[in-house]
Design a protein around this ligand. Structure first.
Ligand code: ADP
Ligand code: MG
Length: 703
């Protein structure tokens, strides 16, 4: 079977009605290269082709409508950009204006005044008259509308394609031609029979047939349900297979014991008692690392939940077992900070620790590289400078990737190749990500959650204020400073090179200085155009309390820890995304004092931005915020997730089909636990399917 060429892999130009030119356009505009790609271009709706509306019944702007009538008054108006072709479609009850801005020549050649046409499109009103811009149009014949209910699929198309005669309706004709060639054996079942039965899934061939050309609305819904489940299920099988293979097959380092480094630190130098959540995660990691298989674990904790100390304890565990470890941060500022925190925590121990970043140069760099390769350094903190080829470890055993989304997959893979047996890996996200995203984008990793903040933390009170209230906001900062506290004022920065934002920041800085004049007050500033040294100096002045106010762009965003800061003012808060706002707010409320986050907004705030700000004012819970973020923005853009093929679902949605995803995960796990090799008779069809698809997916470790 596997050897036989499936017709679905044929190039699209082999399809009747396509040819080389159209094939090119289909590739360019819709990414359709093969029969299979076309098969997986799903219609976004169906219309009942037998239903033709009367023009007089058009009272409102409607989504889509089908009308039929005589074409009159074709004329071209306007010049250049406003050049357009206009015509009138008249039935015996009224008229609708048809307008084209593109493909005018083609339209002009192919439409004739006085002929009857069937027209389909979205109605808008222009000068109180109904109008359709870029309608789909074809010669009207009684055949169009004859017969019983017929649900015609409408496919997504583009203006370009429409002008090449490939409207959504034309594409329907191609799909129709495709189905005349496809048989059941081209779409063999790939979900085990027992699962199909349990969930009453439509079979695979029927599902594809009915999603395109449904025999009824009910059949259509069953088809969609099956295809969504299939999509989730196959993805979950793949991801969980990687995870389970790592548990059962791959080799990993064995951390046998808890030794002096760990115990001494834990008993004598730990500045606080661990939260239960921290203890649980440590226990999980201890178990993972003792088994002889590689650990690859995602640690999700809310901002301030204390991930760093967990990472540190793991690295001590590695040292106890004779292994080196590293912690990789996304920016120099953050690496520097981790280094400072960790060095001071480890001050009274014999762990040797170093910092390696892009600005570690010359002799210092040479020494560090030497000491890494001869094992004199136990623990190294760094940025992506750690990945460079010249950096070699004697025996790297534990890797922590902090605020992981800033690193590419390839970068991380490069890091673990530095050892013969791959080190254990702990990936920590900056803010929580929604469960469904974790299940798909990180489904190959094991997964820990810390949903508890250290004792004594107070929730940060968050309010929105506008431009008019700026003076009050500044006065509020002043009272906090009088109490000995510090404040952040953050400006948006989309691109670090953006000139405008830079000017905004400088202007803001001057303004803040006006409110808080020297020498009574001192202000630090941080932005992307500064050198690393400048940044470091400014940061340190704030950390040590020499300055009371930090004016910064979002370079401050991730991970920075100054417990004495109690006010976070975010300028133009409407311009920030939810997870970024949450991450920024997490810079305060890190000590025992009551903290505040003030979201300053301009006069123009979109509804979506209003919603973001409301959510921020209502909750401090990063897990809740992550879910809302996903709902508001959809899966493509959520910060803190890797851009992953695993998220490119064609028909299923991790936002709208959560329940189905859970079900698919459950079934996939059950199946693999029972039969990881998929050798049982009931699982062979799935195995065959995955083998056939093998070239199309990356089966190697993808994290
Ligand atoms: P994040 O999870 O956001 O990276 P950090 O690791 O930076 O958080 O920890 C935030 C702050 O909480 C730090 O000042 C840290 O010392 C402190 N902290 C961590 N764990 C505890 C704990 N169990 N009890 C009290 N404070 C803690
Ligand atoms: Mg952190």
């Amino acid at each position: 079977m596997a050897e036989q060429i499936n017709i679905l892999s044929y190039p699209i130009e082999y399809l009747k009605g396509v040819g080389p030119l159209r094939a090119d356009w289909l590739k360019k505009e819709l990414n359709i290269f093969s029969f299979n790609d076309l098969l997986n271009l799903f219609p976004y709706r169906h219309i009942d082709k037998t239903k033709v509306s009367k023009i007089q019944d058009i009272k409102l702007e409607t989504e889509f409508i089908q009308i039929a009538g005589k074409l009159e008054d074709i004329q071209i108006l306007g010049e250049k950009k406003s050049k357009r072709l206009i015509a009138t479609l008249r039935d015996d009850t009224g008229e609708v204006e048809l307008v084209w801005f593109q493909g005018i020549n083609w339209i002009q050649k192919n439409l004739y005044e006085g002929n009857y046409y069937l027209v389909f499109g979205r109605i808008v009103f222009f000068n109180n008259k109904p109008q359709i811009v870029h309608p789909e149009i074809e010669i009207f014949s009684s055949q169009n509308t004859q017969g019983k209910e017929y649900l015609e699929p409408i496919y997504p198309s583009t203006e370009k394609l429409k002008s090449k005669g490939l409207s959504g309706r034309q594409i329907a004709k191609l799909t129709y031609a495709l189905f005349s060639q496809i048989q059941t054996q081209n779409l063999l079942e790939n979900i085990p029979e027992n699962i199909c039965k349990n969930l009453q899934l439509m079979n695979r061939y029927d599902a594809y047939k009915n999603v395109h050309f449904p025999s009824s609305l009910k059949e259509y819904e069953k088809a969609v349900y099956r295809l969504k489940f299939e999509e989730f299920f196959i993805a979950q099988v793949r991801l969980n297979l990687i995870r389970l293979q790592r548990h059962k097959v791959s080799k990993g380092l064995v951390f046998e014991k808890v030794g002096n480094y760990f115990n001494d630190f834990y008993n004598n130098h730990l500045p606080f008692e661990l939260t239960n959540a921290q203890k649980n995660v440590l226990r999980q990691i201890r178990q993972d690392t003792a088994k002889g298989h590689q650990m690859n674990r995602l640690l999700q904790g809310d901002v301030g939940s204390g991930k760093t100390i967990v990472a540190l304890l793991c690295m001590l565990l590695a040292a106890d077992n004779g292994y080196q470890s590293c912690i990789m941060a996304p920016t120099e500022t953050l690496a520097q900070q981790h280094f400072n925190t960790i060095s001071s925590l480890l001050e009274k121990t014999n762990i040797s620790i170093s910092l390696l970043t892009g600005s570690t140069k010359g002799k210092e760099r040479k020494t560090i590289i030497e000491n890494l390769s001869n094992g004199n350094i136990h623990l190294i903190v760094g940025t992506h400078a750690l990945i460079e080829d010249v950096v070699q470890f004697k025996n790297l055993g534990f890797v922590v990737v902090d605020e992981q989304h800033k690193f590419g997959v390839a970068q991380r893979a490069a890091l673990w190749k530095k050892a013969k047996i791959p080190p254990h890996i702990l990936v920590m996200t900056a803010t929580p990500i929604p469960r469904t995203l974790a299940m798909t984008a990180y489904g190959d990793l094991d997964y820990s959650v810390m949903d508890e903040l250290p004792k004594g933390r107070q929730t940060v009170t968050t309010v929105q204020r506008n431009e008019m209230q700026r003076i009050h906001v500044m006065e509020f900062i002043r009272t906090e400073i009088e109490k000995g506290r510090q404040a952040y004022i953050i400006y948006p920065l989309i691109e670090e090179s953006e000139k405008l934002s830079y000017e905004d920041l400088m202007q803001g800085y001057e303004e803040v200085k006006g409110y808080f004049p020297e020498p009574k007050y001192r202000i630090s500033m941080l932005h992307g155009r500064m050198s690393t040294e400048q940044k470091e100096v400014n940061m340190q002045r704030f950390v040590s309390g020499k300055t009371q106010i930090m004016v910064s762009t979002t370079v401050i965003e991730v991970g920075v820890n100054v417990p004495n800061a109690t006010v976070m003012v975010i300028e133009s808060a409407e311009k920030f995304g939810l997870s970024q706002l949450h991450q920024l707010r997490g810079r305060v409320g890190r000590g025992s004092e009551k903290s505040f986050c003030i979201l300053l907004t301009g006069s123009k705030v979109s509804n979506e931005a209003k919603e973001r700000i409301n959510i921020m004012c209502q909750t401090n819970n990063g897990f809740v915020i992550a879910e809302k973020d996903l709902e508001l923005r959809g899966p493509g853009d959520v910060e803190g997730t890797r851009q992953s093929g695993a998220l490119n679902f064609k028909i299923a949605s991790i936002v709208n089909d959560k329940g189905l995803l859970e079900k698919a995960k459950e079934e996939a796990e059950k199946l693999l636990e029972e039969d990881m090799e998929m050798n049982l008779a009931k699982n062979l069809s799935l195995k065959n399917y995955l083998l056939q698809q093998k070239g199309k997916t990356n089966w190697s470790k993808i994290s």
